[in-house]
Design a protein around this ligand. Structure first.
Ligand code: ZN
Length: 305
């Protein structure tokens, strides 16, 4: 599906930053809790480079997204710092809302034992306390069955309420890689499955390694996506396999709930999760999970008991 009209300003701005940065586009990251602009030679600290016009808090930038994009167009400069990827937090570390879409790839719906949703996808939340960055250790809940779900993540840049799919992309600040870690035992326990709590253990919501603006990826509706465990490919697909693409998800969510700047949308996982295997496979202590989306980057997490 095509990606809909983009605001002319966004196009111009990223072109300007690309020119300055030579190779990389506009990527913003959370480095040690500070908002930075990523370039090929290092990171530019936004608070210092803007002389305090923008605060160091990565979460605050989404509330002033248009103003920030304008500022980036002015080709800000300053001393660059080296980026230690172990110190990258989520580009939206304290979102007001986190939406997650279930059963959004047909092969994943099949492996989960569900019909492919027709009119509406299942929607749940990961409670914001579980959001974490691109690297680090994740503790496995004792007695649990912890599963992996690589996902394309969209971060909202402009308030969206009752927005049609044609306008939806213009409400997205950018894209990131997400991992919808899920503890299946508590997810499936009880009289009806409950998703949100089982997917919100500490650090069960990695997002990163940075936020990439839309015009920095070849086609945001058709990106390779996948995951490996200890080097073995477990998930491999493309985002054009999404049953409900990002604009349609935004149309459906915003028909009910106003989406606010900084809100995170997990768009669903392709086939290859542990629950869908025979026998099921769960993450074990010592496993290293790498989650990637083409043109954005990768997450890398190790699991500990
Ligand atoms: Zn998911």
């Amino acid at each position: 599906m095509c990606r809909g009209p983009q605001p002319e300003r966004t196009q111009y701005i990223s072109a300007s930053f690309t020119l300055r940065a030579q190779t990389a586009g506009m990527r913003i990251a959370n480095l040690d809790g500070r908002l930075v602009l990523m370039g090929p030679d290092g990171a530019l600290d936004v608070e210092r480079a803007s002389a305090g016009r923008f605060t160091s808090d990565p979460q605050a930038v989404y509330g002033r997204w248009d103003e920030f994009v304008d500022w980036v167009a002015s080709a800000p400069d300053g001393p660059l710092t080296a980026v230690d990827e172990d110190r990258l937090g989520s580009p939206s570390p304290r979102p007001g809302q986190v939406f997650a879409i279930g059963l959004n790839y047909s092969e994943h719906a099949a492996e989960s034992g569900f019909e492919v949703p027709d009119a509406d996808p299942p929607v749940f939340t990961k409670f914001p306390a579980c959001i974490t960055g691109a690297r680090g250790d994740v503790r496995l809940p004792p007695g649990g069955n912890t599963d992996w779900e690589v996902e394309l993540v969209a971060v909202i840049g402009r308030r969206a309420f009752q927005v049609g799919r044609q306008q939806a992309w213009s409400h997205v600040a950018g894209l990131s890689v997400g991992q919808d870690l899920s503890e299946r035992r508590s997810q499936m326990a009880g009289p009806s499955p409950q998703f949100s709590l089982a997917k919100s253990f500490p650090r069960f919501g990695p997002v990163g390694p940075w936020l990439v603006t839309l015009d920095e990826v070849a086609d945001p509706d058709n990106l390779a996506i996948g995951a490996t465990i200890n080097g073995e490919t477990v998930q491999q697909s493309r985002t054009n396999e999404l049953i409900f693409d990002v604009p349609t998800i935004i149309e459906k969510l915003s028909a009910v709930v106003p989406l606010a700047p900084g809100d995170i949308v997990f768009t669903g996982t392709p086939a290859g999760v542990g629950m869908g295997r025979t026998p099921p496979r769960w993450l074990a202590a010592g496993d290293e999970l790498v989650s990637y989306v083409e043109g954005i980057g990768e997450l890398r997490h190790r699991f500990v008991a």
